[in-house]
Each structure stands twice: as C-alpha cells, then as structure tokens.
Ligand binder design. Structure first.
Ligand SMILES: *Cc1c(COP(=O)(O)O)cnc(C)c1O
Length: 391
C-alpha cells in the first residue's frame, strides 16, 4: 500500500504538469552547454557573471586542493577551518562593508541558520510573501510569530510592525526576488526597521556580485549602511562557486556562529572552494565589463519583447520572467524552445504562486548579443504558434 500511494502521488504530479526532472550535462556550466550529447543555448543558470568555469578560479581551487587536500574533516567549530576560510571571511566582510562575515556551506543553510539564531518563539518575523523557500523554512523552524506581508507592500508591513509587541522583530526579504527579478524597496524597509527597532535580513542571493557598485549587492545599490542589516550573500550564483555568508554587526555574527545549527552541525566546505571564491571575488571587483555586458543584454532582450501583460515582467536584473499562467502552458513553451535548441526552464507552483507559472529567463555576461536575439526570435515563434498566448 505504501508503494501504491507514492505511485499515485507521482502520477498526480505528472497529470498536473508539476513533475520535475533533471537534465544531465556533459560540459561545464556556460551559455552553451551539452545536454544528452547535444549542444544547447542555455538561459537557465544563475551564473550571471559567467565565472563558473573561469580558468583563474579553477586554478585557485586546484592549488588549494594540492595544499589543503579536499576534505575539511569536521565542522568549523570542532576541528577549525583552513587559513583560506579565515582570510575569505575577512575579505567578504570588507567587500560588503560590514564589520564581520561568517561562511556557510550553502545559502539555504545560511538563511536557516541566521533566521533561527536571531528569532525564537517569543519573537516576531515579518516576511515578504515572495521570499525564497530557504527563508520560509528558517521562519518555520524558528517558531517565531510570523507575519507574511504582501509582496513589497510597505503599508501592510508598517501596520504589522506597529501592532507587534514582540521582544525582537526581524524583517526578512530577498534583495532581488528570485523568480521575478525585481528589487526590494530596501530604503523604505530599513526606515521602518529604525522606527520599530527591528533587524533587517536581506537575502541577496541574486544581488551579490551583480547589483550595486562593484557588485557589492542590493544594500550598496541603495547606499544603505546600518548595523541593523543582516546581509546574506550566496557564492554559487554570480560568484560561480558554492557557499554563502552571513554578515553584519560583530555581535550579531558571533550570535549566529554560536547558535545556528546549520553552522554548528555540518562539515565545513572544502578549502579549495574558499580559495575559488577568493579568486572569484577579485574578478567580481575588477571586471566591471561583466556587469556592463549584463545591462546591455537586458536592454537588448527587453527591446525585442513586449512588456507588461503577456510580456516580460518589469525587471532591471538578469532575471527576466515571462509569466504564462498555467503550469501546462509554461511546460509547453519550455519544450517548444527546447526543440529549437534553447533551454529556458518552466517555473511552476509551489516555487511561484498558483496561476503564475512562467519561463524564467536568466541572462549571463557570458551570453553574446546574437544569442539573446536568437532567444527573443524563438520566444516570438513560440508565442505566435499559440503556445504562450493561450495563458
Ligand atoms: C539560491 C537561493 C538561495 C540558496 O542558496 P544556495 O547557496 O543555492 O543554497 C537562497 N536564497 C535565494 C533567494 C536563492 O535564490
């Protein structure tokens, strides 16, 4: 019976167009990847700066592996970590202009750790409705009271903060929203934090390296500096490697180190990854042309496509969603693009709200203008044949 139930549930996912599958890639990450032995033009990775296969970063990883080996053996607190980890934390803190940074093995763990370390059952968390799953899970694990405010709705957030008498108040928001590409109204949110004595956790998985001067992230984009900001950057997207960090006021970071179970009870990421991130950080800083190229490609794509209803959602970031509505429509459009040798993922509930399934186009500095034009032409074809306009 138990097997039968699983089979039924899987069949139900299939029927609703929600069953997911994995592609198997035979090449490095990049704008052109080899899938099932065939080269395709890909707009599905978060390797925004095109660093995932950069020779300088690969070399840094190889050298660190030769020097430190490949395994850390235990958690940071149990057997310590390498000199590279220690140095990288200082460099990351300096880069995002925060007093201190703490490395995590993944962004998922960083969010879970930071949220649960800063808020508990006597506290209240105010969470944007479109936040990433890792923040939502952190909020659940914390057992704090939760107020989920409508996306970027400052009026609702302000009202909820005014009503709350919680001991500690924590606002959590994506910096750049992962499935919409829009940027959180951080200056106004920080204003509310000041007025209501709250922390502001910014999950900048899609902003770090991409947004702001030198890619210092969404708070830097707005020139925000406040000891209330808890900045989470992830290192597997624009940075092209893996991992994440939590940064901010020294006592806050020390609290996360002491309390976050996703920090304490997990093996440290290998030194070679820290060394790779160190090399990546230099390129993020130096190669302004990568961000310029991205801005150019965003303009090229948006110039070719309709905006608003049945067009691209408003977004100035490399995340360019085309909302189609029904899951089956998104899946069909994605498959039609695939037949044309182009890979754009269909994003379905529960990743996005019901009725807003979409193609999530993500651009990279490694794409050429011609490749983006080819994508736009294919999107028009797919729409004309009725695939995308039936939404
Ligand atoms: C990808 C992502 C994460 C998780 O980061 P990983 O390092 O991939 O675990 C967290 N928040 C957002 C908004 C993300 O898009």
């Amino acid at each position: 019976m138990i097997f039968h139930r699983l089979a039924q549930q899987l069949a139900e996912l299939e029927r609703r167009g929600l069953r997911r599958s994995r592609l198997v890639r035979q090449s490095p990450q990049g704008p052109r990847i080899v899938v099932d032995g065939k080269e395709v033009l890909a707009f599905c990775s978060n390797d925004y700066l095109g660093l995932a296969n950069h020779p300088r970063i690969v070399q840094a990883a190889i050298e660190a592996a030769s020097r430190y080996g490949v395994g850390e053996g235990a958690s940071h607190l149990l057997s310590g970590h390498s000199a590279v980890h220690e140095r990288l934390e200082a460099k990351l803190a300096e880069f995002v202009q925060m007093p201190r940074a703490l490395l995590f093995s993944t962004g998922y763990q960083a969010n879970l750790g930071a949220v649960t370390a800063l808020a508990g059952p006597e506290d209240a968390i105010f969470s944007d409705a479109l936040n990433h799953a890792s923040l939502i899970d952190g909020v659940r694990l914390s057992r704090a009271r939760v107020v989920r405010y409508p996306h970027a709705d400052l009026g609702s957030l302000s009202g909820a903060l005014a009503e709350s008498d919680a001991r500690t108040k924590l606002i959590v928001t994506d910096g750049v929203f992962s499935m919409d590409g829009d940027i959180a109204p951080l200056p106004a949110v920080l204003d509310l934090c000041e007025r209501h004595d709250a922390w502001l956790l910014v999950d900048d998985a899609h902003g770090f390296g991409v947004i702001g001067p030198e890619g210092r992230g969404t708070p830097a984009h707005f020139d925000l500096r406040s000891p209330r900001v808890v900045y989470v950057g992830t290192l597997g997207k624009a940075a092209g490697v893996a991992g994440a960090f939590v940064s901010g006021a020294a006592e806050m970071v020390e609290t996360v180190l002491q309390r976050a179970r996703t920090y304490i009870y997990t093996t440290a990421a290998p030194a070679m990854l820290a060394a790779a991130v160190e090399a990546s950080l230099e390129l993020i800083r130096e190669d302004e042309w990568r961000r310029e190229r991205l801005r150019k490609l965003i303009a090229v794509l948006r110039g070719e496509m309709r905006e608003g209803e049945r067009g691209l959602a408003p977004s100035d970031t490399p995340i360019q969603p085309l909302v189609l509505g029904a899951s089956s429509e998104a899946v069909r459009a994605s498959a039609a693009l695939r037949e044309r040798g182009i890979l754009v993922p269909a994003i379905r509930p529960p990743t996005v709200p019901e009725g807003t399934a979409r193609l999530r186009i993500s651009l990279s500095a490694a794409h050429s203008e011609q490749e983006v034009l080819r994508l736009a032409a294919a999107l028009h074809e797919v729409c004309r044949s009725g695939v995308a306009t039936q939404a």
